[in-house]
Design a protein around this ligand. Structure first.
Ligand code: ZN
Length: 181
């Protein structure tokens, strides 16, 4: 069984005016990312939206020192970008579509993702979203350590750092044994 993990494809990370945006690199993957998401939903596969949710009062959060405020809970910046928003809205009531508020880079850190996947017998996770070398990378590393097979959809991940993006793709394949599609 397989699942699709949709990571951080929000206005703050993708829109031109987003506070931590991947810009054009993030915008050009919209079509492929949305198509894949729809394919998984239509096939009845488990689709998880693992989305950063920050609180400006969270003074102990390590990202406070690293990045400008982003994906604040309740803000427009945290809403899904472009046509992915409508796909989520239309399908959110399905039992196969699941939303996770994550606090760290990895979708597994401090969340119930691992147990949700295991109770469905899922052994293979397909990763899409941003950023390739931060949240997608940390999620992939945790998935690897937990024993999942990893599939990275090259045309559905992006970063604001092209060098980091390229390095991460190589790392997924060579060190995490991921399949790149
Ligand atoms: Zn964050």
């Amino acid at each position: 069984m397989k699942a699709l993990l949709s990571i951080d494809y929000t206005n703050d990370f993708v829109a031109a005016e987003g506070s931590l945006t991947t810009g054009v690199a993030g915008q050009v993957i919209e079509k492929d990312l949305v198509r894949l998401t729809k394919e998984f939903i239509d096939a009845g596969e488990f689709v998880v939206f693992a989305i950063d949710g920050h609180d400006s009062k969270d003074q102990y959060h390590p990202e406070q020192k690293l990045f400008p405020p982003h994906n604040l809970v309740g803000s427009q910046g945290r809403e899904l970008y472009g046509s992915l928003a409508a796909v989520y809205e239309k399908n959110q009531s399905k039992s196969t579509v699941y939303w996770i508020d994550k606090r760290h880079y990895s979708a597994f850190s401090g969340t119930d993702l691992d147990i949700r996947l295991r109770e469905r017998g899922i052994t293979e996770v397909h990763l899409t979203g941003v950023c390739t070398d931060i949240c997608v990378l940390h999620t992939a590393v945790d998935a690897y350590n937990l024993g999942y097979q990893i599939v990275i959809h090259e045309k559905a991940v992006a970063s604001f750092d092209q060098t980091g993006h390229d390095w991460a793709l190589k790392h997924f394949k060579q060190s995490l044994g991921a399949t790149l599609l």
